[in-house]
Design a protein around this ligand. Structure first.
Ligand code: SF4
Length: 384
């Protein structure tokens, strides 16, 4: 890692807390009622204004609309949030501006509007090209919209496209997964984020599984599908640059890469998190009404946590070991005391000798063949 490794600044994340319907596996923060959408957008603009001095003298390199479902907004509403942001923050000429979009929202008129906006990257919530998977997930789109949305986006000039794909669904198997990936390659998508279906608490999926209506996803199958995914995409020219992310050269997500290099970010909107690139993290209240009410009084309702050295160390390990860049051992030596590092050195010795970890150019990495278990390997190294 270079000398700018800990240099503070530069991304903004805007959380749009609305969705059309609740996907069966999702536990993110959102509301399916749009009743207070205008008030919410006004509150977000207020938050952008109130926090405009937090990134002074720094250039914004990426702006990311996530959610929730940002594509539930109109193009004018999206543009008004971009305008408000770019009005108050200085930004790079080639700033990356990503919109997460659901396939059912990407019709011709919406895409036409987006193509003349500042949005220059789309992250499409495809998840699968198969009807059975989409039904189980309770997605708002069907298989034909999954494919059609990508083609339409390309027709309107969006080359910097990412799609999300979920593997390991009980409605899928290795053969179906292979077909999903073949379709993805045929569509010439240059970036893919792919996650195992996980059963989160208090979701419809958890409820169905507990009642025996749906089978529990099988870890062995997810493991097999993960390594098939990795080999297949590498054979087709993708870099596997983070456990869940694949990109053709030149199409790495600038926004996410910055998270993984511990850069500073500002999170706007209910439940959004912020980080000062060093030792302070904060998170906005995860309640739409409270968020709006506080901002009506010019207050950003957030909690702040000062990270202990142990927390900072654990985060660097967890985030870095999930990437091809690994963890820079020189930066660790610089930042942390001998007491922390002595324990760590002892912990990594046996893992290195068992080939579970490797050291390359003074960077600690997990060999890709163990990436399915990356979180477990990283947490074994945590300082408690
Ligand atoms: S669209 Fe995304 S945020 Fe909304 S319910 Fe589905 S998975 Fe969750």
């Amino acid at each position: 890692m270079s000398s700018d490794f800990f240099r503070a600044f530069f991304m903004i994340y805007i959380h749009i807390p609305f969705c059309k319907q609740k996907c069966s596996y999702c536990n993110f923060h959102f509301s399916t009622s749009l009743n207070f959408k205008d008030e919410m957008l006004a509150a977000m603009k207020k938050e952008i204004f109130l926090r405009k001095d937090e990134l002074q003298n720094k250039n914004l390199q990426s702006l990311y609309f996530g959610g929730g479902t940002p594509s539930i907004l109109s193009v004018d509403e999206i543009n008004s949030l971009i305008d408000e942001t770019l009005k108050h923050f200085s930004f790079d000429k080639d700033i990356e501006i990503t919109l997460e979009a659901n396939p059912d929202d990407l019709d011709k008129s919406f895409l036409k509007g987006l193509s003349s906006s500042y949005i220059n990257r789309l992250s499409i919530g495809t998840q699968s090209f198969f009807e059975e998977d989409l039904k189980l997930m309770n997605r708002a789109h069907n298989a034909s919209e999954a494919e059609g949305s990508i083609k339409r986006a390309q027709d309107f000039g969006f080359e910097n496209l990412s799609i999300d794909l979920i593997y390991g669904s009980p409605t899928s198997n290795l053969e179906i997964w292979k077909q999903n990936l073949k379709k993805t390659i045929a569509l010439e998508v240059p970036h893919i984020s792919s996650y195992a279906l996980t059963v989160e608490p208090k979701t419809a999926l958890e409820n169905w599984i507990s009642k025996g209506k749906v089978a529990n996803p099988k870890e062995e199958e997810q493991n097999e599908e993960f390594y098939y995914l990795s080999d297949f995409l590498k054979d087709h020219g993708f870099d596997h640059y983070e456990v869940s992310n694949f990109a053709k050269p030149g199409f790495y997500s600038r926004h996410n890469s910055s998270y993984w290099k511990y850069k500073e970010y500002l999170g706007i909107g209910p439940s959004a998190h912020s980080y000062n690139g060093h030792d302070t993290r904060s998170w906005n209240v995860a309640n739409n009404q409270q968020y709006i009410k506080k901002l009506n009084s010019n207050i950003v309702a957030k909690e702040t946590e000062i990270l202990s050295l142990e927390d900072q160390f654990n985060e660097m390990i967890m985030i870095g070991l999930r990437t091809i860049w690994g963890v820079d051992l020189e930066s660790l030596n610089h930042k942390f005391s001998d007491k922390i590092l002595d324990t760590f050195q002892n912990d990594i010795k046996s893992k290195v000798s068992n080939d579970i970890l490797v050291v390359e150019n003074n960077h600690l990495k997990i060999p890709e063949k163990h990436w399915f278990m990356a979180d477990g390997i990283a947490s074994d190294l945590f300082i408690v």
